[in-house]
Write a protein that binds this ligand. Structure first.
Ligand code: NAD
Length: 510
């Protein structure tokens, strides 16, 4: 059994191939185990000067890294996958300790990261191959965009950064990465892994810090050439505003918003209750694809709610390292208070608590524990905003049209599950709904990982996130070499005399 209480060795930022302590300190982030506040992982100093240093280091690495072949870059990335897999359980424990998610979920995240590396290595390099436009004379090649800044959230502290960083690297771009202030330990672990991948110095850089200081400085830094941001719409809006002076900067926003579900009158209610319970409450309801709103056909509403209430009552809330725990703590006290505040607001507005949620006590542990909730939304106003934490809002609907109209009014729809025994109904509903991922008889959980959800939210399956990203981070450039004898048909009237291409130097005149 590994002692999970050992303090992390705080190594500082990772710049130009070394861990360095900031020379000037602008603040600290304190990493605390959200399931046991007496367990402090470490205090991480941060500095705005480090951002400048990291961007400078990445610029220096642009030439050597982009000069390496795709196969050589792929080898470095393969090393990352191997090292991660070798110590998968240690990384999973770090994720649980720092972020609170139960160990089974943390292990699933590490496994998904290893799989993502394999997929990237299989599918990525061919996308970077030049495309012949005309034999020997014209082709389209992909060029790295330049220094890529990567800013990521706490929810998937390893998977989301790893995908973004590795795709940027494979495409030939150096990276400056800022992890969430709730995941400095996992951020550091990623830097340690990349340190062992034999990258040229400066190719990968890490800066720790809060979003408002280090994040804002990095996003608006004049030395970056592209920004990959994953997080909330609220932060994305701030970042957009800060970039008004750089309209040319390519920015990839991968935002959240939560998922939804429709339970039709012919649905298997046991299946729907199971799938939606898992989807709504995994990672404490903090996942971007959590099924937070469920539209249930009126004739089945009471039965569905009974089954959900029973399932919710059986969910084990607890410390992520304890056996059988499904729901860990929320990431911070602020998040927990927001959760309770939103539940109070729902109750005050008359939306009945079928399963009342709130703070939960855990014997022997001081953590940010909560009880999951289910509210019956009686009117449409609760549709606004993003529900926080483990809550399901259920609506009794008068039929498919009503369900679709409510669904389409949700502020964002990352994934939607439809429960029905009739595939034709599912398909025809799918035509009428705008959503990132559409699932039949399966919860929304896991959809975010399969989504590109780039820009306006394109999505597909397999490795879309990475393949979309590669196209974004390696810009096509057409190259033409004119080897033909001079072509008189291209003579442009008024452009002056045609030049001579004849061996004897004779000028060709039309
Ligand atoms: P957040 O928006 O609070 O923070 C995201 C990142 O932005 C963090 O690293 C933060 O430090 C940084 N940041 C904050 N202010 C900044 C600023 N002014 N300038 C630059 N950077 C700044 O998100 P969070 O609370 O960490 O994560 C939860 C959110 O992420 C949810 O909305 C969830 O839906 C979303 N999410 C989406 C996906 C997806 O694949 N679409 C995946 C995971 C999480």
């Amino acid at each position: 059994m590994i002692d999970v209480r050992t303090r992390l060795l705080r190594r500082g930022d990772y710049i130009f191939g070394s861990f360095v302590r900031p020379s000037t300190v602008d603040g600290y982030i304190v990493a605390v185990n959200p399931g046991d506040r007496s367990d402090v992982l470490g205090r991480f100093a941060f500095s705005l000067v480090s951002v400048d240093d990291a961007v400078g280091a990445a610029r220096e690495a642009m030439a050597p890294w982009s000069a390496m072949s795709v196969a050589e870059r792929a080898q470095c990335i393969a090393r990352f996958g191997e090292k991660l897999e070798e110590a998968a359980d240690t990384y999973a424990m770090l994720i649980t300790r720092e972020g609170g998610k139960p160990l089974w979920e943390a292990r699933a995240e590490v496994d998904a990261t290893v799989r993502a590396v394999r997929l990237l290595l299989a599918d990525g390099p061919p996308l970077l191959d030049p495309r012949v436009l005309q034999q020997d004379t014209a082709w389209s090649e992909r060029r790295p965009v330049g220094v890529v800044a990567v800013i990521t959230p706490f929810t998937y502290p390893m998977l989301v950064p790893a995908i973004h960083i590795l795709v940027a690297l494979l495409a030939g771009n150096p990276v400056v990465f800022k992890p969430s202030k709730f995941a400095p330990g996992v951020g550091q672990a990623l830097a340690e892994l990349l340190d062992r991948c034999r990258l040229p110095r400066g190719t990968f850089n890490l800066v720790q810090g809060s979003g408002a200081s280090v994040g804002a400085r990095l996003a608006a830094h004049p030395g970056i050439d592209a920004l990959l941001f994953t997080g909330s719409h609220r932060t994305a809006a701030k970042v957009r505003r800060s970039l008004e002076g750089r309209p040319e900067l390519p920015v990839f926003f991968n935002c959240g918003g939560k998922g939804a579900a429709l339970v039709l009158d012919d649905a298997n209610l046991d299946l729907a209750a199971y799938e939606l319970c898992v989807s709504a409450f995994a990672t404490g309801g903090q996942r971007p694809d959590a099924a937070a709103r469920v539209f249930v056909a009126k004739p089945r509403f009471d039965q569905f709610c009974d089954r959900m209430a029973e399932r919710i009552g059986n969910l084990k809330v607890g410390y992520g390292f304890d056996d059988g725990v499904f729901l860990g703590p929320m990431i911070s006290d602020t998040h927990r208070r927001q959760f309770r505040g939103k539940l109070d607001a729902l109750s005050d507005a008359g939306h009945a608590a079928i399963v009342p949620g709130g703070f939960a006590d855990m014997e022997g542990r001081r953590g940010f524990y909560v009880r999951p909730a289910m509210h019956w939304v009686l009117r449409d106003e609760a549709l606004a905003g993003e529900p926080v934490g483990p809550v399901i809002q259920v609506y009794s609907v008068d039929g498919e049209d009503h369900a679709v109209s409510l669904h389409e009014r949700l502020p964002s729809r990352l994934a939607t599950a439809v429960f029905t025994e009739d595939e034709r109904r599912f398909r025809s509903l799918g035509e009428r709904m705008t959503t990132g991922a559409l699932h039949m008889n399966r919860g929304t959980s896991g959809a975010a990982l399969r989504l590109a959800s780039v820009g306006r939210g394109q999505s597909s399956n397999g490795l879309p996130g990475a393949t979309e990203l590669i196209r974004f981070l390696a810009i096509p450039r057409a190259v033409v070499i004119d080897r033909r004898e001079y072509d008189r048909s291209r003579y442009v009237p008024g452009a002056g005399p045609l030049p001579s291409l004849n061996d004897d130097g004779e000028t060709i005149m039309s």
